[in-house]
Design a protein around this ligand. Structure first.
Ligand code: S3P
Length: 171
């Protein structure tokens, strides 16, 4: 099956973009992020799409971006945290080298509470994150070939483990 060498899924702030960049470098390939693809196509940041057009519109753009990237990109691909909500996306991911990056709620709040704008975690981040994860955990599990924890690990160490579990060559 042609397509990305690695596809990273998992909640916002878990480090998909950072780890994706490191992995791409190790594999001598490029990395792509569906949030960036959506922002580029819309001509504005994801947070603004949520405000101006709403989540549903964002999800439609995201489904198209995921479809294009999964079928047209052969490097490392990071998906937005909510991409797995779409049944058609989960179907598209079946049988592919999908890795779920994980962390606990305390770590999630530390990483997402105060930094870049995240439209889904504006009020009471801890409770919102728990709720999102309850809804999404089974969806992540459905698509993931492997699960890698990011707790107490540097992005480099996370990248190493991903290469190990997918049995990809390290450089
Ligand atoms: C979202 C995660 C974000 C972005 C949007 C919605 C989500 O991506 O797609 O804010 O529903 O979890 P990251 O996971 O890359 O932060």
């Amino acid at each position: 099956m042609s397509g990305p060498a690695v596809i990273l899924v998992g909640p916002m702030g878990v480090g998909k973009t950072t780890v994706g960049r490191i992995l791409a470098e190790r594999l001598g390939t490029t990395c792509r992020d569906t949030d960036d693809d959506v922002a580029e196509r819309a001509g504005k940041p994801v947070a603004e799409i949520f405000i101006d057009e709403g989540e549903e519109h964002f999800r439609a753009l995201e489904r198209e971006a995921v479809q294009a990237a999964v079928t047209g990109h052969d490097g490392v691909l990071s998906l937005g945290g909510g991409a797995v909500l779409a049944a058609e996306t989960r179907l598209l991911l079946a049988g592919r080298p999908v890795v779920l990056l994980e962390m606990g709620v305390a770590e999630a709040v530390r990483r997402t509470g105060l930094d870049a704008p995240r439209p889904l975690l504006t009020v009471n981040p801890r409770q919102q994150w728990r709720q999102l994860m309850e809804e999404r955990r089974p969806l992540y599990a459905e698509v993931a070939r492997a699960v890698v924890s990011t707790e107490d690990r540097t992005p480099d160490e996370v990248a190493d483990e991903i290469l190990d579990v997918l049995e990809l060559k390290k450089s």
